[in-house]
Design a protein around this ligand. Structure first.
Ligand code: PLP
Length: 793
């Protein structure tokens, strides 16, 4: 392709002319961006072809990651860097009078995910390729990704995310791999062939769009396959075509912006089956192009199910094997139950997926029959083995008119994993205790990770350069070697340089805030940052109540002194999640009062950054002094934001929840600021928890709570009523008031610690040094060794 800047310039100029019919100097920046993108994709294509050929040549087993979400973010810089051609492109463009950074800013985020679960899938893709493993993604090509968030008058407004407006230069449409997916209709038994036949179904065609995933310093290039729905040639003759057309379009229209509860019913289930049916057909076709039968399918294929969303894979592969490839039940079940592994992402009861049986029966009649059979066979087996019918009912897949997708996942997979030590313990010992006991050895832990390439090397080149200057660059290939920084955490020169880098990154964020929020923030203040989806269990409310508390401390005490702090929030709330949206409004209302109050704003500013997403995370996280990870203990499965902050040298102000527990284990308690009730303490407190006691026993807390409904933050006293109700009249399900005092004390300790800059820098350096464990390279190696058993290409 191009190895020198001269070749780059020639190729770039040639493409501008051949694509747009004008020369570089007259071309538009979006044209320049799209040509650059196409050049990088074509550059990657060379290795893409070799990778595919090598997998065939060496009969490699492959892993497929099925996920309804991939939160990829931008890909240009990542791909240029991973391919090692960033500098050539940058210099070449600059000689043509083009600033590469301007082109970078034109790329829209691929926001095909909600939050942590989708971003995990994206980090895994990067690690798989960079470690040279054959691992591919399968998802839906949503026309609109997660909505764009605007803040108007303090309220969240949702705007469609038109991420495909300029087209998607990374994808390649593969019409010849189109497959049909069947919905509705009825099932009939054909006694001649002794097979079930699906009659009167509505077919939808699934067309794959493939995106190359390039690793760093490797020729391995994997595939992220995005499935797009289009009208099929086989539509029932009695169907109105316009209506059919609309229904087909709806399938890939939008990502469900619902972070952790199930909704949307029929369409959501349609999406899930669409992905599963299309993805599996393609994998089977591929397998049969290489091997004589599907007998060895599970030896050449392993499929990781990211949460329960793609769990219909289990009955669908049974259906394909039995109805279309003539397998008997037992042999089909052997193959299926050796193919799938399931990752559990939540223990929140309202998030565990359960589908109404009536809906499944109508939409997916044959698949439902198979689920029913899986259920009955399992139910019988439990009774046979334990003699306990009630136990069999509890463990079963179908109950009370619903299909429990988590149970289907556990029964049909050979591995079930949680995503952090504590979360897996809760799964095994509490939420899924009986299933875990029934299947000894099936449950295991894989603590999440993040790709240090995107989240440290590319997002924070200033810090990366400092680390390289101190300990060299071997940590890029082996992130655990970041621990070499430990030898220098006491080095005053490194400490000072770290503080300077942090300041530079705080300045960049401050510039962004000035431009977008029109508020000047002090870069010498402590940047306390809480960015993540808005959810009651994540307790953004706890930080707001903390701010309100401090506000009254300052107002009521003329001599009050505190070290200046800036509280920065970001995150989206699901459009139908009224409570979470009200918390966003409260933050913005409190921010307005605080920032405009002369007494208070010299100590404290509150900022809400709108439209949090991957690209903004790359700007915000490197600027943090303090990482707020304050979920109710036992509720956050892992968290990955916590890891990104740590890797960028922020101190975790957090509860003993999710992967915070392992962060503390890595860096030792004195290099974090841990507070609040533990999981066990919450369980103990739960039966006797009386939120009004906290209100009555402390006038300052009473003042804070009363302010929610006395017009302090909004002329409309009803504005924040729902928050008051959740706390005081629904007994504060997430123990916000129980932890408020401990949280305030922890903030105070942070304030003191920060003023000793050398000690502070030392703790930050220790955090960076110990963050290598949280590279997704480590996570992927554990999946490979314990679950996937795939080999490097
Ligand atoms: C990492 C990340 C998340 C996950 O954050 P948590 O704090 O773990 O919930 C969500 N959204 C984006 C854009 C991210 O980059």
């Amino acid at each position: 392709m191009f190895t020198s800047k001269e070749e780059f310039i020639m190729e770039f100029s040639k493409r501008i002319i051949s694509t747009y019919g004008r020369c570089v100097s007259q071309s538009h920046v979006t044209e320049q961006f799209m040509v650059l993108e196409s050049m990088v994709r074509d550059y990657a294509s060379v290795n893409w072809a070799t990778t595919k050929a090598d997998i065939i040549k060496y009969n490699k087993k492959q892993m497929y990651y099925f996920s309804l979400e991939f939160l990829m973010g931008r890909m240009l810089v990542n791909n240029l860097m991973n391919l090692g051609i960033y500098d050539v492109a940058k210099i070449g463009l600059s000689e043509l009078g083009i600033n590469i950074h301007e082109l970078e800013e034109l790329e829209t985020d691929a926001g095909l995910g909600n939050g942590g679960l989708g971003r995990l899938a994206a980090c895994f893709m990067d690690s798989l390729a960079s470690l040279s493993y054959p691992g591919n993604g399968n998802t839906i090509r949503y026309e609109y990704g997660l909505f764009k968030q605007k803040i108007e008058d303090g309220y969240q407004i949702e705007v469609p995310d038109q991420w495909l407006k300029l087209g998607n230069g990374w994808e390649v449409r593969k019409p010849k791999h189109t497959v049909d997916v069947k919905f509705w209709g009825t099932v009939q038994y054909n006694s001649e062939t002794q097979k079930y036949e699906h009659k009167g179904a509505e077919c939808v065609s699934a067309v794959p769009y493939d995106v190359p995933i390039v690793g760093m310093d490797t020729t391995v290039t994997n595939t992220l396959r995005l499935w797009h729905a289009q009208p099929s040639d086989n539509i029932p003759s009695n169907k109105d075509f316009r209506q059919y057309n609309q229904e087909v379009r709806d399938i890939c229209q939008t990502l469900y912006p619902d972070d952790s509860t199930i909704s949307g019913k029929t369409l959501r289930l349609k999406q899930q089956y669409f992905l599963v049916a299309a993805g599996l057909q393609a994998i089977i076709k591929y397998h049969l192009s290489l091997y004589p039968s599907l007998d060895n399918f599970h030896e050449k294929t392993v499929i990781q199910l990211n949460d329960t969303h793609p769990v219909l894979c289990i009955p669908e592969l049974m259906r394909l094997l039995i109805d279309e490839h003539d397998y008997e039940w037992d042999q089909a079940w052997f193959i299926v139950s050796h193919t799938f592994a399931y990752t559990n992402h939540t223990v929140l009861v309202e998030a565990l997926e359960r589908w109404p049986i009536t809906l499944m029966q109508a939409l997916l009649p044959r698949v439902y029959m198979i689920i029913d059979e899986i259920h009955h066979r399992f139910h019988d087996e439990v009774i046979k083995r334990t003699g306990d019918k009630e136990k069999a009912d509890r463990l079963g897949i179908l109950k009370d008119g619903y299909c429990d997708m988590a149970h289907l996942a556990v029964v049909g997979s050979f591995s079930v994993n949680g995503v952090a030590y504590l979360h897996t313990q809760i799964l095994k010992n509490d939420v899924m205790r009986e299933l875990s006991d029934y299947f000894p050895g099936k449950f295991n832990n894989k603590t999440n990770g993040i790709t240090h390439r995107r989240w440290l090397l590319y997002a924070n080149p200033q810090l990366s350069d400092l680390i390289k200057q101190q300990i060299g660059d071997s940590w890029i290939e082996q992130p655990l070697l970041l621990s070499r920084l430990l030898d220098y955490s006491l080095d005053p020169k490194l400490q000072e340089q770290f503080i300077a880098v942090k300041k530079e990154r705080k300045q960049r964020l401050a510039d962004y805030i000035l431009k977008n929020n029109h508020i000047q923030v002090d870069i010498d203040s402590i940047f306390n940052i809480q960015v993540k989806r808005f959810h009651a269990y994540k307790r953004q409310l706890l930080s707001v109540l903390g701010i309100i508390y401090q506000y009254y401390e300052i107002k009521n005490n003329p001599d009050y002194q505190m070290y200046p702090q800036t509280f920065i929030f970001g995150g989206k709330a699901a459009p139908g999640y009224y409570f979470a949206k009200t918390v966003i409004k409260l933050i913005n209302s409190v921010a307005k009062v605080v920032n405009e109050d002369e007494d208070v704003s010299k100590y404290m500013k509150v900022i809400f950054i709108e439209n949090y997403g991957v690209t903004l995370a790359e700007l915000i996280i490197p600027a943090a002094d303090v990482s707020l990870q304050i979920s109710t203990a036992g509720k956050e499965a892992s968290g990955t934001g916590n890891m990104k902050f740590m890797m960028n040298g922020a101190i975790t102000l957090g509860t003993m929840d999710g992967a915070n527990v392992e962060i503390v284990q890595q860096v030792a308690k004195e290099n974090c600021e841990i507070f609040g009730l533990t999981t066990a303490e919450i369980e103990d407190l739960k039966p006797n928890y009386r939120v009004w006691d906290y209100y009555h026993n402390d006038p300052k807390i009473k003042r804070v709570i009363d302010s929610l409904v006395d017009g302090s933050w909004d002329n409309n006293r009803e504005q924040f009523r729902v928050i008051f109700e959740e706390l005081m009249n629904r007994n504060d399900e997430y123990f916000v008031l129980a932890d408020l005092d401990a949280y305030l004390k922890a903030l105070n300790r942070i304030e003191k610690r920060y003023q000793d800059q050398a000690e502070w820098a030392k703790a930050c350096l220790i955090n960076i040094a110990k963050s290598g464990y949280f590279s997704s390279d480590r996570t992927i190696k554990e999946y490979v060794d314990d679950i996937w058993h795939i080999e490097k290409i």
